[in-house]
Write a protein that binds this ligand. Sequence first.
Ligand SMILES: C[S@@+](CC[C@H](N)C(=O)[O-])C[C@H]1O[C@@H](n2cnc3c(N)ncnc32)[C@H](O)[C@@H]1O
Length: 358
Amino acid sequence: MAETGAPLVAADEAPAYSAPTLDPTAPVAAPLEFYNAEAEDADSGYPGPTRVRRASTLPSSILNYRKENGRTYHSYGSTEHWGPNDEAAKDQQDLSHHFWTLLLEGQFYLAPIKPPKKVLDLGTGTGIWAIAMGDEFPEATITGTDLSPIQPSWVPPNCHFEIDDFNKEYGRENSYDLVHTRELLGTIPNWVDFFKKAYAALEPGGWIDCTEPAIKLGSTHYAFPASHPWAMWYSIFTAIDAKSGLAFDIAPSLKSAMQEAGFVNIIEKKTNVPIGKWPKDKRQKELGAWNQLRIDTGLRDFAERRLKTVMEWENDEILVLVAKCRASVQDPREGLCHDIYHVYGQKPERCVEAGQLK
Ligand SMILES: C[S@@+](CC[C@H](N)C(=O)[O-])C[C@H]1O[C@@H](n2cnc3c(N)ncnc32)[C@H](O)[C@@H]1O
């Protein structure tokens, strides 16, 4: 963060820039069920079966989404995820994927394993990362798991999805050479336990690769007073973390949790990224535009359920906070930015557990 007191960047100084928009011709996602190699989708455009089954055969306990405030939420799982799973939420996840990929300059992960053979994407959401990985690495098998069956049916033949809860034992011991997670903030009661389960799922020498945004926003040119919407946001979310036990503010502690779980060769890459089109540099401006779009469209999704159920806020109070934060995000004079954490680590080639080499 830059020093306090530097002059604001005037809105009209920023060169004209069009915000990116979603591709309206993209196929509409159809819900699907667990992996099933028998099913085929002749229209998929891919050479092999799509390996999915239609949602019509999903148990009703999974498909009976909870409805709150005109949004739908998953019904399966041991913990309540904060985010809705309806079309608006899926669009937000898909446009976020573009931001994450742009940030990694076209790569899908940073762990030094290329090509991977067997990949697990925990909390896959719409499955957009898993699908991209399936295309990128046709020889690899990609499994995406989530509480919500919101993945599309048009998927590469080497990619499939399962309904699974990563906060329970998922028993996939020594199976994968890459476990990927992205934006799982606010969903995990104990990150060390979470990493231990991922460790067990990896084969010796395999890698875990995690991406999480810091929820503490800053400005390039002034320190936020306590009354600033983003200062309020941070203090409210740390209160939510303490009350709910499902922390949002976890990005800075990923590395130590990974270490505690037994991973080695851990690398933490922290990148300060703009929010908005205010940077003059072309790449930073593009990153900032997408980050702005991701946050602007996601704010209500991030906040609504936890503010209501954990903090017992009224709808009006939630809308006011969200509106103030959105106004700040849309104002180039704010010079908003935050840190994104990429943390990856390796399961040792020879693991000693309970006195035995594994
Ligand atoms: C913010 S989204 C991120 C989706 C995806 N990782 C991405 O980056 O595109 C978080 C996802 O985690 C899933 N999730 C939350 N808690 C979960 C759990 N206990 N087990 C499996 N998935 C979970 C949610 O359903 C949601 O799809």
